[in-house]
Design a binder for this molecule. Structure first.
Ligand SMILES: *Cc1c(COP(=O)(O)O)cnc(C)c1O
Length: 434
């Protein structure tokens, strides 16, 4: 599979180049240049196929000429020591639990694959430096995925505020490969610095700079795998239409579902489940997208006004607008409706949802009956409910147990450098580590 820019007409590049460069030289984001139909492959998989098996079969097909089946198995096995879990709630709904990774959010799936595949691709040729902006527990997710992967130095940029869930033994001065740097500024400053460093060609080429943020296709493509996995688990019991309900902020997760569809997964539609920050719904309905001011909600990972994947989603609509109108359905769920949905999911099915997953649950309850009453909707549970124990208690009246890996997320630590939000300061801090 080759990748092209959403904007310029540069020649398409390989997966390795796209993953190692992260951003096209002429601007825009990388998207697949052409997509391979793998229907024949996963129609033969069944509910016995494990996640690492599925990944080691699909990956060498996608990365033909770049990763052979043996390397792909190594990637799948070193990445996926945790798996998605599909639970059928009733004839209408299933939950796809994506929160069994180290930090309890679905982002672990993309990050850990990127880490494992970069290690494998770099075995024959050189080193790379992965530079990422971190908010919430993204830094912990990236550090967990990249620790002990020789050849990949991992720089994590934090905005002002506490830094949590890193192990100082993994830092570069202590013999590891992680460099946490705090920026006197905001998360947006950190994101800007990542983009500026990647486009500072002499520096980027000297260190082999790329990013593990969601702008990297190497993190996005593997998110298609859990959609295919859910399909292989559920396909035998399907009678009517199949939908996926996806809590959507920057829309990476939903776009990965669209890639799964392009890879040949039979699916009738996706629900773009948003909270009150729903301006992007206008775009999906065919209007011009105009960002609105940010509203803080109980599902903060969905509090996004300008999705970073906008250009990627727009490229689907440019190609086939009419098809897309019947493929992605927006829904907007209020905080009150989110809490109600958490309570209902517990009462009806005995499951705990975190607020983000509850937004997707409420969207499915609203949209699915209108589209096909005998259809089935897979609801993506993107975060562990134990990450938000007090909201869960408020909504369900229940106290839930926090797994050990999630208790570690609270430990604070110090960065190895504190810098002003300027490219020079960042590059100086990085250089002084070598
Ligand atoms: C990041 C995140 C989302 C949003 O995913 P996008 O790919 O940005 O749309 C949803 N739920 C949780 C728990 C998240 O952490």
């Amino acid at each position: 599979m080759q990748f092209r820019s959403t904007r310029s007409h540069e020649a398409p590049v390989s997966f390795k180049e796209a993953a190692l460069r992260c951003l096209p030289l002429g601007g825009g984001l990388y998207v697949p240049a052409s997509v391979m139909d793998m229907r024949q492959v996963f129609l033969h998989m069944d509910s016995e196929t494990s996640y690492p098996e599925l990944v080691s079969i699909i990956t060498p097909l996608l990365l033909q000429g770049e990763l052979n089946p043996f390397s792909a198995s190594r990637v799948a096995e070193s990445a996926f020591v945790f798996e998605p879990e599909l639970t059928q709630l009733d004839e209408r709904f299933s939950l796809l639990n994506l929160y069994n990774g180290p930090t309890g959010v679905f982002k672990d799936f993309g990050v850990v694959f990127l880490a494992a595949v970069l290690e494998e691709l770099l075995k024959s040729s050189g080193r790379s430096m992965v530079l990422s902006a971190a908010r919430g527990d993204t830094g912990a997710s990236i550090a967990a995925a990249f620790r002990n992967r020789p050849g990949v130095t991992t720089v994590i940029l934090y905005p002002s505020g506490p830094i949590r869930a890193l192990d100082p033994a993994t830092f570069v001065p202590n013999g590891g490969n992680i460099i946490p740097i705090q920026v006197r500024g905001t998360f947006d400053d950190c994101q800007r610095l990542v983009a500026e460093t990647i486009t500072d060609r002499p520096f980027a080429e000297r260190y082999g700079v790329t990013s593990a943020n969601a702008i990297n296709v190497g993190r996005l493509i593997p998110q298609a795998f859990y959609y295919l996995y859910a399909f292989t688990k559920i396909k035998k019991s399907l009678i009517g239409d199949l939908y996926f309900s996806v809590p959507s902020g920057n829309f990476g997760n939903l776009i990965a579902g669209l890639y799964a569809w392009k890879f040949g997964m039979p699916v009738n539609g996706f629900f773009a489940a948003m909270n009150a920050n729903n301006a992007f719904g206008d775009f999906i309905k065919g209007k011009v997208f105009a960002p609105r001011p940010l509203i803080s909600t109980k599902s903060p990972a969905l509090d996004v006004t300008e999705p970073s994947n906008y250009e990627r989603l727009a490229s689907f609509y440019d190609e086939a607008p009419a098809v897309m109108r019947n493929m992605v359905y927006p829904a907007s769920v209020s905080d009150a409706a989110t809490l109600d949905a958490m309570g209902r999911a517990y009462k009806k099915y005995g499951v705990f949802l975190n607020p983000h997953s509850a937004v997707a649950f409420a969207a499915a309850e609203e949209l699915a009956p209108r589209l096909d009453p005998s259809g089935h909707t897979v609801i993506l549970a993107t975060g562990h409910p134990a990450r938000e124990t007090s909201i869960v208690r408020e909504a369900t009246g229940q106290a839930i147990k926090v797994p050990y890996n999630l208790t570690l997320l609270h430990n604070q630590c110090d960065p190895i450098a504190l810098i002003d939000p300027h490219l020079d300061a960042l590059e100086g801090a990085i250089a002084s580590c070598f």
